[in-house]
Design a protein around this ligand. Structure first.
Ligand code: NOJ
Length: 747
């Protein structure tokens, strides 16, 4: 790793300290700034030396929670010299205040620092992993969860989050699917906007709102083979159609920053992709915030093989549109030399520096650099009963009931001896999931703890681990079977360890790891009712498990309140209504598998097994184990009377949904459309709307959706977005595979 501050660069910086400091006319001004903010920024820009302007372009890590190689260790000195724009991974009021004081008291122009952190699914109160949250289809609750995250993070000094992560992902081998909203672009865009609103609130200057950062721009979720950081090679139409819209949704919701991705697209790494960062992002979309790289992704341009050295990398990144270098030190070390050699312009440096100052002004840091450093807030606004209760509700809304053989769930009243078995039943360390930031695993509630508490003294609850999540040791099987034999009801907690998903956590097999399938099989032989609870950060190929006569509740990693929220569902206090937002394959060999695939010229019709020359596998059916949008309830719903009416540009869809079971329940009613004849091939189905409705037992609700013909538009080969008049199939249903439909001609 390059050391931060070479003598050569020092000399170069000094030589160019006073060049071109007044190129303000080339800069863009953020529309949300007040006149006094603009005056403050103008005044600073006119006083700043080149060295100080370059200083604003550096984001350094405090040393906590590193997710890559570390660069300089002389950060404190650099802060005092005005050579740091932002710090990441530093929080708690005293720590942040001390670092901020170095900038505000000791640096020449007293420019405050930004403090950024990965507040991904909560700060101290940890919510379910984002993929789990997306299964709630509850946009309001997702926004509320981010509001809580922002309140807690800002109570500990932070003012910037590296979230939301809005990468669409269709490959569950990729460990970072846990961080996103699943495979669907339309739903992902809605969730992305909700998250930005939650973080940023109505007023970024409030002391409890965080600057959001949409990441990872772009298409990081499509690495070859599902291997993290790997090459992305997709068509331009796919990029526009599937991967870019959630970013645009973030910007439309006001996100103030965006992070480049590690990957390349079509041979151009994002961190030096001028088309992406300037032409599209700024010119076409009008983005006024700032662009930060991912961790050392500027330096990695050398490994990608597009930059000769770090200096060349700095040139490429800045010229492409990067404003801030995360951890890499390349801007700090080489920007002045590059300017001297006329390889970058003063105008571009000014624009970048100004964009960082604008973010600081938007956050109110020039009015009060310590506005996020309140000891009182730190003591009173973290892990409050309200926050914990929202987290608990979010857990139960994120759970998806995948299977319920013999109505094993909910746990029957008056059940006798209960056995809790499995490696994830009492593993506090695994409850939070990856990217749990400042969350403390010691404070999480496990399934065993929650179930014991719920039963109280009435019912005896016994526990055996059975096996570990990820090795081949079966020595615990006998004790588990013995316990199962003596019990009336078994809760079996299986899945992945939390470290098995997240960054740098791709897997080639997405089956249950270790000997867990075998444990489930031997327990099933006891003939006892078994409710399996799954903890995992990605869709798993649980074909073996689902072949057993068990109930399966997908619980993801639920965070601080995991056990309590799951227990609410197991005991029937909450009727599950979660629906998966990523397809669950039968086998890893089906990947990539997603609901909005193309029909192909040789579609496989499931009932016709004799046809050889069709798009199919010899050894596995095409359909997934559980399709996108799937999830059961303790009650049942029936769909009928679908009507589709068109009027000028408006398409009105109505359907009746009856609760035909014996409990009140919520249902996520999903609307899909297929463009039957397009100028380009179109997916077999595309989600265009949903409603999550509470339907009482015996009740029938009429649900309406209104679409505009623009909702049918898609990118054509000229990269313009419009719709093709003609025949469409409109589907409404309980998931992407079980629908009722009607054809309609729209002119
Ligand atoms: C690398 C990750 O890719 C990114 O998402 C994260 O924000 C940074 N590290 C900072 O931790």
């Amino acid at each position: 790793m390059q050391k931060c501050f070479s003598l050569a660069s020092m000399v170069a910086i000094l030589m160019f300290t006073f060049t071109g400091s007044c190129v303000l006319s080339q800069t863009t001004v953020h529309q949300n700034l007040s006149a006094s903010d603009i005056a403050k920024i103008d005044s600073l820009m006119s006083q700043m030396t080149l060295e100080e302007k370059i200083g604003q372009l550096n984001l350094f890590a405090s040393g906590w929670d590193a997710t890559g190689p570390m660069a300089g260790s002389n950060n404190e000195q650099l802060i005092r010299e005005g050579k740091v724009g932002a710090i990441l991974n530093a929080y708690t009021v005293d720590y942040v205040r001390a670092l901020q004081r170095m900038a505000v008291d000791d640096s020449r122009l007293k420019i405050p620092l930004l403090f950024g952190y990965d507040v991904i699914h909560g700060h101290r109160t940890i919510f379910p992993i984002p993929l789990g949250q997306s299964c709630s289809w509850n946009l309001k609750m997702i926004e509320d969860a981010e509001r809580v995250a922002a309140v807690e993070a800002t109570a500990e000094g932070l003012n910037w989050t590296f979230a939301p992560m809005v990468d669409i992902a269709r490959d569950p081998r990729w460990g970072r699917v846990m961080e996103g909203a699943g495979e669907d672009t339309w739903l992902g865009s809605k969730i992305a906007a909700a998250r930005v609103k939650g973080f940023q609130g109505k007023d970024l200057k409030a002391n409890n709102t965080l600057l959001a950062c949409a990441k990872h721009f772009a298409a990081y979720g499509a690495p070859q083979g599902g291997r993290d950081y790997h090459t992305v090679d997709i068509s331009q139409i796919s990029l526009y159609e599937w991967y870019l819209p959630p970013f645009k949704a973030c910007l439309d919701a006001g996100a103030g920053s965006i992070m480049t991705s590690f990957n390349e697209i079509g041979g151009v790494p994002s961190t030096c992709n001028k088309w992406l960062l300037t032409d599209l992002l700024r010119k076409e979309w009008g983005f006024k915030g700032f662009v930060v790289t991912d961790w050392t992704s500027t330096n990695e341009l050398v490994d990608h093989g597009v930059a000769e050295n770090f200096k060349d990398a700095a040139r490429l990144a800045l010229n492409a549109g990067v404003d801030m270098d995360m951890v890499g030190c390349t801007f700090l070390d080489y920007m002045a030399e590059l300017l001297k050699e006329k390889k970058v312009t003063m105008g571009r440096i000014d624009t970048a520096a100004r964009s960082i100052l604008e973010a600081k002004a938007l956050l109110g840091l020039f009015d009060d650099p310590y506005r996020y450093c309140s000891k009182t807030r730190q003591e009173t606004e973290i892990m409050t009963p309200d926050h914990l209760s929202l987290a608990r509700r979010m857990v139960s809304e994120s759970c998806v009931l995948l299977q319920n053989q013999n109505q094993i769930l909910p746990i029957p009243e008056g059940v006798g001896r209960v056995a809790i078995i499995g490696p994830l039943a009492d593993s506090k360390k695994d409850m939070l999931g990856s990217w749990s930031g400042a969350g403390k695993w010691e404070k999480s509630v496990t399934l065993l703890e929650a179930v014991r508490e719920r039963f109280g003294k009435k019912t005896q609850v016994f526990y055996e681990k059975g096996c570990n999540a990820n090795d081949n040791d079966k020595s615990g099987f006998d004790a588990a079977v013995k316990l199962a034999m003596s019990a009336d009801y078994i809760i079996l907690a299986l899945g992945e360890n939390s470290w098995m998903s997240g960054e740098a956590a791709s897997r080639t097999s997405i089956e249950l790891p270790g000997v867990q399938n075998e444990l489930a099989e031997v327990l099933a032989k006891t003939g006892k009712p078994i409710a399996v609870v799954l903890f995992n950060g990605r869709p798993l190929a649980i074909t073996k498990l689902s072949g057993l006569p068990v109930a399966i509740l997908e619980a993801w990693f639920g965070g601080t309140q995991a056990g309590n929220g799951i227990a609410d569902v197991l005991f029937g206090d909450v009727n599950p209504a979660g629906k998966i937002t990523m397809t669950f394959p039968r086998s890893g060999g089906q990947i990539p598998i997603f609901y909005n695939a193309k029909n192909t010229g040789r579609p496989f019709i499931l009932t016709d097994t004799t046809d050889k020359y069709v798009s199919r596998y010899l050894d596995c059916s095409n359909d997934p184990l559980f399709p996108f949008g799937y999830g059961l309830s303790y009650t049942s719903f029936e769909y009928s009377n679908l009507e589709v009416a068109t009027d000028v540009n408006k398409i009105t869809v109505t359907v009746q949904v009856a609760n035909t079971g014996s409990r009140d329940g919520e249902e996520v009613i999903q609307l899909y459309v297929r463009d039957k004849v397009g100028s380009l091939t179109r997916p077999v189905k595309e989600l265009k709307g949903f409603e999550k409705a509470l339907i009482k037992k015996g009740e029938t609700k009429t649900i309406s959706f209104i679409l505009n013909t623009n909702d049918l538009a898609y990118y054509h080969t000229d990269m313009k977005k419009y719709w093709d008049p003609g025949e469409f199939e409109v589907f409404v249903g309980t998931n992407s595979a079980e629908t009722i439909s009607k054809s309609v001609t729209i002119k």
